[in-house]
Design a protein around this ligand. Structure first.
Ligand SMILES: [Ca+2]
Length: 397
């Protein structure tokens, strides 16, 4: 093994210097290990370490196969919305890797809480009510139904979830991505998006199609940091709670209104826009952060780039427990013709835009701005009430 690894490294070294080697696409042959289901009963499969996997399906027929690389695949046929597909795991291996799950019709549940989808695919042709995995790594999940469903995916890494069905609930512990825009979630709408303590690095695209009351994201509770990702949400967001914050490389464009935005730590080198914000509170502060009401980021989905559009907007209230620093900008109804920041004198403020009560517990640096055509007469900065009309930080340069 030592020798082989060294050879691989040597070969990579040579390849980098001399040429790009094109590998033949590898065809994996798969062997059927057995069937399970309503008439076939349960199927027990032993992993090389003796761990027993027991597959069951309550209506329809399942087939377990293994490709020549050793990856297990599950396919089902003849299922109905009452079909429950599950695997139990007993032995040394606590979470069994599964390479693929393919259902050619609707299912009730896929209970793979003791399995990980690993370097593979999951495809459900029809509706499915509940899907549970312990983890998902380097995989693509595709849901082709239309009925609302719930999905729990544990720890996710470098994976995509593409769904024509909305999620009443989408839960993860972490949603990582080894580089920007590898992990992604695409769906019509999400009722409750919950990500535990881990980072949430997936691009998030919600079309808002069929969203009840136009609410594309009802509640989001994200424990860890959010960065190097793009959110594009067509519709309203009721409650967006981010325990850590938005960080470098994040752009979020929400076409509708955000009722409540709570950021536990900070908005740093990140950009978030919505038609209107209600109450905004930030536990720490903002640094090179942009929070904009009325702006939309255009076709590129990101702040700037010459394609942003500007409309009137409002921020109900804005509260920061620490400081706004490093050219941070909080604005409602800002027009920025050259679409470049920081504010440099060509901007204007659309009438009918407003920011409500403002409170910054520590510092609002001279290079940071809070801007709207209508501002409260005074704002609380540190221990003082300052007049917004005469303070350059509340006025265009
Ligand atoms: Ca843009």
């Amino acid at each position: 093994m030592e020798t082989r690894n060294r050879n691989v490294r040597d070969r990579i070294g040579v390849t980098r210097r001399t040429r790009v080697e094109h590998l033949e696409p590898r065809l994996l042959f798969s062997t059927v290990l057995g069937t399970f289901g309503a008439s076939a009963g349960k199927l027990v499969h032993a992993l090389p370490d003796g761990t027993k996997l027991t597959f069951s399906l309550t209506a329809g027929t399942g087939t377990l196969s293994q490709d020549d690389a050793g990856a297990l695949g599950v396919s089902t046929t003849g299922t109905t919305p009452a079909s429950n597909l599950s695997v139990s795991v007993a032995g040394k291996t606590k979470v069994a890797p599964i390479g693929s799950v393919v259902a050619d019709a609707a299912l009730g549940t896929i209970n793979f809480a003791k399995a990980s989808l690993a370097s593979g695919t999951l495809t459900v042709a029809g509706d499915v009510k509940t899907v549970t995995f312990a983890s998902v790594t380097s995989s693509a999940m595709t849901f082709n139904g239309t009925a609302p469903m719930s999905l729990s995916v544990g720890n996710v890494n470098d994976s995509t979830i593409q769904s024509s069905a909305p999620f009443t609930s989408l839960k993860c512990n972490a949603f990582l991505s080894s580089s920007a825009h590898v992990s992604a979630i695409t769906a019509p709408w999400i009722g409750a998006l919950t990500c535990g303590v881990g980072e949430f690095l997936a691009d998030l695209t919600l079309s808002g199609a069929g969203a009840p009351g136009g609410v594309a994201l009802k509640t989001a509770k994200i424990g860890g940091d959010i960065f190097h990702s793009t959110w594009s949400i067509a519709g309203n967001v009721d409650s967006l709670t981010v325990n850590t914050g938005f960080d470098v490389g994040f752009n979020g464009d929400i076409s509708g209104n955000v009722k409540t935005l709570k950021v536990g730590n900070s908005i740093d080198a990140a950009n978030l826009t919505a038609a209107n914000f209600g109450a905004v509170s930030i536990g720490n502060g903002m640094s090179i952060g942009h929070l904009l009401a009325g702006t939309h980021f255009g076709a590129d989905g990101v702040f700037g780039g010459g394609d942003d559009t500007f409309a009137a907007g409002s921020i109900g209230s804005f509260k920061v427990r620490n400081s706004l620093r490093n050219k941070s900008l909080v604005a409602a109804g800002l027009v920025n013709p050259d679409d470049t920041f920081p504010v440099d004198g060509d901007e204007s403020l659309l009438p009918g835009s407003s920011i409500g009560p403002v409170s910054v517990n520590n510092t609002l640096t001279a290079d940071s701005h809070i801007l709207a055509s209508t501002l409260p007469a005074t704002a609380k900065i540190h221990v003082s009430k300052i007049s917004t009309a005469s303070d350059p930080r509340f006025n265009l340069v």
